[in-house]
Design a protein around this ligand. Structure first.
Ligand code: HEM
Length: 394
């Protein structure tokens, strides 16, 4: 019988634990033409130095991306600083904290719909919850979520790692398909942004359109691109976080018992799940100059992938990195990144995780995976987590 641990083993070996930490925290992949950074301290150095490790990776692969005017993830200081201040003005801690009752209500409604005795967690809760919350927050109809899902799945369900050096026809076709799906989503958002410009409402899109810092406002393209990042992030990462945390607890019954007995441990169990199975496995940067990192010399204009999922298991940083410890403290994981681009949605992801998982544990005291119907992982190398998680509830 295949156990959950076997599945993880296969998943990890296939994707992000290929690098050797600490023997080789930085290495070059000649086939893909990219640098891989697997060490915790080396990734921290990368993320703390945007002048050398630029977020403008689109520069290296113009054919890979649409013009990303104002995409926050692709900007460096000072442009990034300006945009981040503006969006932070609209997406405040209070906006997130006020969502708690709605997250609880929606979780209850979604779980009510589960059939007796079993639940497929991703379809029932982990996917719809974050998507409905982010759609309601932005002010786009959450009833359109099947459309977003189609486009976002189309963008993300590529199992290919694109090569910078040898691009063949198959890769080019796959790229064109991914870009077409991305355009559907931006076109859709552009219609809503134009509407808010004409007639603001009480939603985040209107707040973004109206946000003003030092007399500066966001352009329509900037609002669309930021909303796009929120919607895509809202779809995948928190979905993976919810599924991964349930899976981690299922595979470690003694840790699950600790958390069930003392719910104040749930937030640290969520942090440990983020470390142990990091949803965003990589952050990408482009070098602007020659730089030494982890004993290697990296030239200018190189694509550097920081494998945060691997750094979160770096034995130089974490004691017993392969052990899932629901009470791990301190836990300086990099799952939300670090520095200027630190995840702006982290408070929302943590809130959704805490509220939804608390309710799930309350509702199902005997929740467990189904040996006859094992979990399935995402096929994308840069994402870690389950896309299907059948559970027995009775
Ligand atoms: C940035 C991870 C949830 C919005 C990031 C980064 C990481 C990350 C690693 C840094 C990227 C970089 O340095 O290049 C995650 C994980 C999540 C999560 C693991 C859930 C478990 C969310 C949610 C939202 C969101 C729910 C929005 C609602 C963003 C945005 C940025 C970002 C806008 C860009 C910030 C900037 O460039 O200044 N996230 N994220 N994330 N995340 Fe998240």
């Amino acid at each position: 019988m295949t156990t959950t641990a076997d599945l993880w083993g296969a998943h990890e070996a296939q994707f992000w634990l290929r690098g050797q930490v600490p023997e080789q925290p930085v290495s070059y992949d000649a086939e893909l033409g990219t640098w891989n950074v697997h060490g915790h301290q080396e990734i921290l150095r990368m993320l703390a130095d945007p002048a050398t490790f630029s977020s403008d990776t689109a520069r290296l692969m113009p054919e890979l991306t649409d013009p990303q005017d104002g995409n926050i993830l692709q900007l460096d200081p000072p442009d990034h600083t300006k945009l981040r201040r503006l969006v932070s003005h609209a997406f405040t801690p209070k906006v997130v904290a006020d969502l708690e009752p709605r997250i609880a209500e929606l979780t209850g409604e979604l779980l009510d719909q589960a059939e007796p005795g079993r639940v497929e967690l991703v379809t029932a809760l982990a996917y719809p919850l974050p998507v409905i919350i982010i759609a309601e927050l932005l002010g786009v109809p959450s009833s359109d979520r099947d459309l977003f899902k189609k486009w976002v799945d189309g963008m993300l369900n590529s199992s290919m790692q694109f090569s910078l050096t040898n691009k063949d026809d198959k890769q080019q076709k796959e790229l064109d398909r991914v870009l077409a799906e991305a355009k559907h989503l931006t076109d859709y958002l552009a219609v809503h942004v134009a509407e808010r410009r004409r007639q603001p409402r009480e939603d985040l899109l209107s707040k973004l359109v109206e946000a003003e810092v030092d007399g500066e406002r966001l352009s329509d393209v900037e609002v669309v691109n930021f909303a796009n990042v929120l919607l895509v992030a809202g779809h995948i990462t928190t979905t993976l976080l919810l599924g991964n945390t349930v899976l981690c607890l299922d595979a470690h019954p003694e840790q699950a018992a600790r958390v069930r007995a003392d719910r104040s441990l749930l937030p640290s169990a969520i942090e440990e799940s983020l470390r142990y199975l990091s949803p965003f496995a990589t952050v990408a940067r482009a070098t602007t100059a020659e730089v030494e990192l982890g004993g290697q010399v990296i030239g200018p204009d190189q694509l550097v992938l920081g494998w945060i999922a691997a750094a979160n298991r770096d034995p130089r940083q974490f004691t017993d990195p392969g052990t899932f410890d629901a009470g791990r403290d301190p836990n300086p994981h990099l799952a939300f990144g670090r520095g200027a681009h630190f995840c702006i949605g982290a408070p929302l992801a943590r809130l959704e995780g805490r509220v939804a998982l608390n309710l799930l544990l309350d509702r199902f005291p005997a929740l467990r995976t189904d040996p006859a119907d094992p979990p399935r992982f995402t096929p994308t190398p840069t994402m870690t987590g389950v896309r299907r998680l059948p559970l027995l509830t009775g």
